[in-house]
Design a protein around this ligand. Structure first.
Ligand SMILES: [Zn+2]
Length: 254
């Protein structure tokens, strides 16, 4: 991805996350930690070491702020290889900016909402980022089915994951963390995949055709998929096994 598109997507991240803008650097560090230490004590947000969803959100927030404010230095393997835009990071994290977005959402409801009770949905808009994180990190590591034995508790929750745009295929994602297609079986659908693929065709991003091994594969290479051998062969045949070029930046950080 060239600098123009990197900045474009960075700005879109700020614009669409709005009141709950997440600093991409802090997010990238935490996401890499989550993959390296999935469902262990060093995982920044494993539901298996926290009592409830609220506790998960609070712990995630605390670790996030440590990296946002540079109070904690990440381990060397989690540093660098992410874009930064310090000016936009500062603006996105200012209270006046967050409150401005909240005022905009309220104004939008005043103009377009036909029923008063729809205003009860406003808090969901104010906290889009943390809520999305809580749903994916809690449910995606607790409920659902597994295709692969990853050595963690990751699960696939919704076979048709249109609600979280594919993010709830956590078991598939932990098995092949650099694959932009989170769907792995014939009945699974990742709605983000065609969008990413189209960006590749349009030359906006560049996808690579091979994978780096997942953290658990580096430790003990194995083939313990519970997908049937025939099913896996078909799956491998139709799947392109692509990853985002190192250094590129989209919703799917590597
Ligand atoms: Zn996960």
């Amino acid at each position: 991805m060239n600098k123009f598109w990197e900045r474009t997507f960075y700005f879109m991240t700020f614009w669409f996350q709005g009141s709950s803008f997440l600093n991409p650097r802090a997010y990238a560090i935490m996401h890499r930690m989550h993959h390296a230490y999935s469902d262990t004590e060093k995982d920044p947000h494993s539901p298996h070491f926290i009592k409830d969803v609220w506790g998960l959100m609070v712990q995630t927030k605390n670790i996030y702020f440590n990296y946002l404010k540079f109070k904690l230095e990440p381990e060397p393997q989690f540093r660098d290889r992410y874009p930064t835009w310090p000016a936009l990071d500062r603006i996105g994290d200012m209270w006046v900016t967050r409150l401005g977005f909240m005022a905009f959402y309220i104004a939008f409801y005043i103009v377009f909402a036909p029923y008063w009770w729809l205003f009860l949905l406003l808090p969901l808009h104010f906290l889009m980022g943390p809520l999305h994180g809580a749903i994916v990190n809690w449910c995606g590591h607790k409920y659902g089915y597994s295709n692969f034995e990853n050595g963690d508790h990751s699960r696939n929750m919704l076979p048709l994951d249109f609600l979280m745009m594919g993010e709830l295929f956590q078991n598939n994602h932990h098995q092949k963390p650099n694959d932009v297609n989170f769907a792995k079986r014939w009945f699974e659908l990742d709605p983000s995949y065609p969008v990413i693929k189209m960006m590749h065709w349009l030359g906006i991003i560049k996808l690579r055709k091979h994978f780096a091994p997942a953290p658990h594969e580096k430790v003990a290479p194995k083939n313990t998929s519970v997908i049937s051998a025939a099913g896996e062969t078909i799956m491998n045949a139709i799947e392109e096994q692509i990853i985002i070029h190192a250094g590129s930046f989209t919703k799917r950080k590597i």
